[in-house]
Design a protein around this ligand. Sequence first.
Ligand code: HEC
Ligand code: HEC
Length: 361
Amino acid sequence: MKKFAVIGILLLSAMLIMQACVEHTANPDDTYDFQTPPYFPKIVSPTNNPLTKSGVSLGRMLFYDPILSQDSTISCSSCHNIANAFAEDKRYSVGVGGATGDINAMAIINLAWQQKFFWNGRATSLEEQALGPINNPLEMHETSENVAAKLSRSKRYAPLFKQAFGSANVTPEMIGKAISQFERIIVSNQSTYDKFYEIQEQAFTAEEYAGFRIFFTERGQCFHCHGANGTLLAHNLDTIFRNNGLLTDQEMIGKGLSFVTKKTTDDGKFKVPTLRNIELTGPYMHDGRFATLAELMDFYSSGIKQNANLDINFTKSPERLEQYGGLGLTSIEKQQVIAFLKTLTDTAFTHNPAYQNPFKK
Ligand code: HEC
Ligand code: HEC
């Protein structure tokens, strides 16, 4: 009997705690009204981190605040610059104390629709991803526990965490949740391409339209990997990691998805990034090897490395690959694709007041 009484009390207290959490997050005045474009796919929102006004606003402050780094010199925005659609115009980022890695910073665009993060996919949620750079010695060189302690002591932040998550005793989990909420509301859908997509063909010039045709047909192959329903221009939702022939058999060992899965068949498979705002996010590829879209188009046209894991969309026309070393596009076709890619530039996005540095007056 005694045993049951203990279990009963445990259950009751668990229910009370859950109730308290539910009551906190369910404050209707604090619900963030996230309007997603009607022609985008449906989002799978995490149930354990619903968007709230207080959470999004706190996440935005944290994103722009160097308090997250060891010596208070580096914020997320140091490497994810809004003018570059939250990517960076340098090949490699510089972290605390001048440390550099050999990986190009990724853009933060429409991540609410994505499930795998980093070029090799090693983070499976934004909540988890956000703590990565804080703990990375090449980036913010801190520990998330330290940052949590700093924020709990902060007169500015403690009350904001209390408001957003019900406690001023900040945990790394709360930091990850707040930053992810801000990242989820970062949406780009006001480019020329969007006007075109919503059935206004006249939104494109003849050159842009020709590039669009190459992109979405077998001539260019691009849509097989970057299509995603024609709207996200990121990886297709089923196939996220692809080998696009950037590396040789030797160079690709242990790089890309195989870093996570340890399978040699995943060597050289990288996350297919979004092409939205691509004009603003160069240099290009995981190692930032191409400074311009012209160099990148030369690669797809004649520079593809025929490694063992090269994607079927390139190997299915072996004669073309053999003859040209790639898609064999003419210089006019390359220009047309670039013109099309530039229709994805969204200046309403880079000027959106909701995404700007909240500390700048
Ligand atoms: C020193 C530069 C630097 C700092 C600081 C930095 N990042 Fe990054 N970020 C990168 C690089 C480089 C990558 C790609 C890393 C990789 O794939 O291994 C990346 C990748 C990401 C991604 C993955 C995007 C995707 O499509 O998969 C997100 C999200 C992100 N960063 C958010 C943040 C947040 C939030 C912060 C602050 C807590 C932050 N970053 C701080 C350089 C930085
Ligand atoms: C087989 C799949 C596949 C095809 C086909 C493909 N891509 Fe890619 N693309 C990728 C992958 C994977 C990456 C990232 C590779 C890396 O960084 O290692 C990428 C990267 C890019 C980037 C750089 C993105 C950035 O943020 O640095 C651009 C631009 C791009 N592709 C455009 C195109 C165009 C245009 C076409 C058609 C001519 C095309 N891609 C065809 C898979 C593909």
